[in-house]
Design a protein around this ligand. Structure first.
Ligand code: SAM
Ligand code: DTB
Ligand code: SF4
Length: 325
């Protein structure tokens, strides 16, 4: 990835701030130009999520319905059976998804679950789909086991800036997150890392979050930008919704700092108008979650997304298509 001169991992805060603060039209133009230089702007990657283990999580992430410490009262489930995961993945593939992302409400996986996780990866891969997992922090042995099973992507979000992180999570640190990301990268698994906008953070936190990702040794291959879904019972249930233009600015900055990454318009699309989503695609988003549920929260219905693709002339990327020019 680093062989292209436009791909930089030495962005400074001042540069990032100047880009984020550009007049909106200048920012959109620049982001779209970068997008167009690196991707076909009419192609969008489709991922599908499945919660393979829901609720009862030991961590205290303030946004999350699945933390046992929050008041969302989501009952803890057991790890879903491999056969069900593969059957759900087949349905998702037949509905047009090319990447299957399996998420577990864990601080980190237990070693006794690793065989089951490996079987899920093998089963989903056999369908011709890209595989992704998000299981919390990993140690060296666990990363290697996932790699051996053929895992393509690992999702691990930094969620916000290092400064704001302790306001959102206290049971682990920002540095813990970076450590797992580095481990995943070193093992040769593709990295999916992004964050959440609309948690009461400052503009500078959004900039610093993206800067932290853009100055890793290598950019994440996928960068999910989530708009907070305020989940009832969580400390962020009453968070002030973010100005949609700030959300678009965040997408645009992600595209400019990380030109070859897939920037994913992630959680929060049910609350976005089609026009706002179109603006995000113009600003450089080229991936999304499809299907009517994310992990525990709602996502737009299939027919709404199909209509959006039709109206905008967007087409879906193939599995393992990197999409880059
Ligand atoms: N437990 C694992 C972990 O935290 O890494 C994996 C699952 S966790 C639910 C995956 C990501 O979903 C979080 O890092 C966060 O960025 C995002 N997320 C969770 N709840 C959200 C919400 N209410 N709104 C927006 N994004 C959310
Ligand atoms: C990501 O950045 N967003 C996804 C995925 N990676 C794991 C999760 C969104 C979760 C939204 C809230 C829910 O469904 O509970
Ligand atoms: Fe647990 Fe992940 Fe939710 Fe945090 S985001 S409470 S680690 S499931």
């Amino acid at each position: 990835m680093l062989d292209t001169p436009s791909i930089r991992t030495d962005w400074t805060r001042q540069e990032a701030e100047e880009i984020y603060d550009l007049p909106f039209m200048d920012l959109l133009f620049r982001a779209h130009s970068v997008h167009r230089a690196h991707f076909d702007p009419n192609r969008v990657q489709k991922s599908k999520l499945l919660s393979i283990k829901t609720g009862g999580c030991a961590e205290d992430c303030a946004y999350c319905s699945q933390s046992a410490r929050n008041g969302a009262k989501l009952p803890a489930s057991k790890l879903v059976e491999v056969e069900r995961v593969v059957a759900e993945a087949r349905k998702a593939r037949d509905a047009g998804a090319t990447r299957y992302c399996m998420g577990a409400a864990w601080r980190s996986p237990k070693d006794r679950d690793m065989d089951t996780l490996a079987a899920m990866i093998e089963g989903v891969k056999a369908l011709g789909m890209e595989t992704c997992m998000t299981l919390g922090m990993l140690d060296d042995d666990q990363v290697l086991r996932l790699k051996e099973a053929g895992l393509d992507y690992y999702n691990h979000n930094i969620d916000t800036s290092e400064r704001y992180y302790p306001e959102i999570v206290t049971t682990r640190s920002f540095a813990d997150r970076i450590e797992t990301l580095n481990r995943v990268r070193e093992a040769g698994i593709k990295v999916c890392a992004g964050g959440i906008v609309g948690m009461g953070e400052e503009r500078m936190d959004r900039i610093d979050m993206l800067l932290a990702l853009a100055t890793l040794d290598e950019h994440p291959d996928s960068v999910p930008i989530n708009m907070l879904i305020p989940m009832p019972g969580t400390p962020l249930a009453d968070a002030e919704p973010i100005d949609p233009f700030e959300f678009v600015r965040t997408v645009a900055l992600a595209r400019i700092l990380m030109p070859r990454s897939h920037v994913r318009l992630s959680a929060g699309r049910t609350e976005m108008s089609d026009e706002l989503q179109a603006m995000c695609f113009f600003a450089g988003a080229n991936s999304l979650f499809v299907g009517d549920t994310l992990l525990t929260a709602a996502n737009p219905e299939e027919d709404r997304d199909a209509a959006l693709f039709r109206r905008l002339g967007l087409t879906a990327m193939e599995a393992f298509e990197d999409g880059a020019r």
